[in-house]
Design a protein around this ligand. Structure first.
Ligand SMILES: NC(=O)c1ccc[n+]([C@@H]2O[C@H](COP(=O)([O-])OP(=O)(O)OC[C@H]3O[C@@H](n4cnc5c(N)ncnc54)[C@H](O)[C@@H]3O)[C@@H](O)[C@H]2O)c1
Length: 403
């Protein structure tokens, strides 16, 4: 395997393709249907925030190991890393995986490796195999196919891509071995062989487990609020128990993984997935609960001071120190509050974005100085430098000052 085609140059596909070109010494063609991404990438510019990655991109372009394109080319392996969102009533949408698969069918030849990295409902690889072999029956048992999910944490990708262990789920043993050969060229973590369905479920279960654990912390935060107990003091105390490890509550759960993947289980196993479904509801409810708290605080301020407060909404992204707003509870809370208080008095702050297509953004220091009510939604590092509370009202939904 020398020539590798990555389909989808987003948060997963682009860094993986760059590291495979650098560490694995493969010749990479990175394919994306978005021409702007392709053009920017070919100029050696990263279209996502990822510390240290742009330098490696420029290095592999210079060495002739990486180029981006809007169309696939003939290669030895094809790696699918396109989005798998949900649609309608939380039904998985695998149409991107399907069209990415269709885009490479005519290039496939005997001995090629076909990998799906996109988080996928159980059975997706079977569906893609049917699509491929319906069109190219001669490839049946003549190509290798494996589902190999990704576990990277945006912001720490250079380290995690190399060091994380990976699950490799081939459609047969030979496919798992071929995929192991590919990943071992640039992954130092352990590679664990399994079948396709187990690998697909493994990815969904990892994120569902996180969702359930966070839901417990979020539920606790709302209980404590009613009971007049500081949850941020309570949790470290409870965690002194040698076998207890409660996570930190936040303003909900966001991102393209934890807030989405559990639905891939609940849609397929509605009767059996009661706890997973409830965790989703609790985490979604926490964002609505925060929005209600903010609106009540504004209302009380108006009643008490006979004027509208300046309100700083601190953070839009789904977690600290990134620019990713997908499924962000902070973004949901801002949009909810703004429906009632849409005026100059509401300042929206997101230091990781220069502009936003809907909201006018305010500098974090300016918003802090001016605000009567400061709502911390995301624990960005910039916000931790803000000192002195004065007579501001603080709503801290992310333990910004780490008690
Ligand atoms: N972002 C993460 O941290 C993360 C972590 C683990 C797994 N995942 C999973 O990895 C997959 C990809 O996620 P992402 O965050 O990289 O998505 P993304 O939206 O950042 O990027 C996907 C890219 O694919 C492109 N694309 C869509 N259809 C295409 C096609 N037919 N051909 C070529 N390009 C196409 C889009 O233009 C986009 O640039 C998802 O299934 C996601 O759940 C994401």
């Amino acid at each position: 395997m020398k020539d590798i085609c990555f389909i989808g140059l987003g948060y997963v596909g682009l860094p993986t393709a760059i590291i495979a070109a650098d560490k694995g010494n493969f010749n990479i063609t990175g394919v994306d249907t978005n021409k702007k991404i392709v053009d920017k990438t070919n100029k050696g510019q990263l279209h996502i925030e990822e510390p240290g990655m742009e330098e490696i991109l420029q290095k592999v372009i210079k060495k002739g190991k990486f180029k981006a394109s809007v169309k696939p080319v003939v290669c030895d392996a094809y790696i699918i890393a396109v989005p798998t969102p949900f649609k309608g009533k939380h039904l998985p949408d695998i149409s991107y995986v399907e069209s990415a698969t269709r885009s490479v069918i005519s290039f496939l030849k005997k001995g090629d490796l076909f990998i799906i990295e996109s988080t996928s409902p159980v059975g997706t690889m079977d569906k893609m195999a049917d699509i491929i072999f319906d069109e190219r029956p001669e490839l049946k048992e003549n190509i290798f196919m494996a589902y190999c999910p990704e576990r990277i944490l945006p912001g720490n990708v250079i380290y995690e891509l190399s060091h994380n262990d990976r699950t490799i789920g081939g459609i047969n043993d030979a496919s798992s071995d071929k995929a192991m050969e590919f990943y071992s060229a640039f992954v130092d973590g352990n590679l664990y062989k399994t079948n396709t369905h187990t690998a697909e479920m493994c990815k969904l279960v990892e994120n569902s487990s996180r969702d359930v654990e966070i839901a417990f912390a979020n539920e606790l935060s709302m209980i404590c609020d009613k009971a007049g107990i500081n949850v941020y003091e309570l949790i470290p105390l409870a965690n002194k128990h040698p076998r207890v490890n409660i996570l930190q509550p936040g303003c909900g759960v966001g991102g393209h993984c934890i807030a989405v993947d559990p639905y891939f289980i609940t849609f397929a196993f509605p009767e059996e997935s009661k706890m997973i479904a409830t965790a989703r509801k609790v985490n979604n409810y926490k964002a609505s609960w925060c929005a209600e708290k903010i609106k009540n605080t504004i209302l009380n301020f108006i009643i008490e001071h006979k004027k509208k407060p300046y309100v700083a909404m601190m953070g839009l992204s789904f977690k600290p120190d990134i620019d990713d707003l997908r499924e962000s509870p902070a973004k949901y809370i801002v949009s909810n509050v703004i429906q009632e208080y849409n005026n100059e008095d509401l300042m929206i702050v997101e230091p990781n974005l220069k502009i936003h297509n809907i909201y006018k953004l305010t500098n974090y220091k300016e918003a802090w100085e001016k605000a009567d009510i400061v709502v911390f939604l995301v624990a960005h590092k910039e916000f931790k430098t803000l000192a002195g509370k004065g007579n501001k009202i603080i709503l801290d939904f992310c333990n910004i000052n780490k008690i």
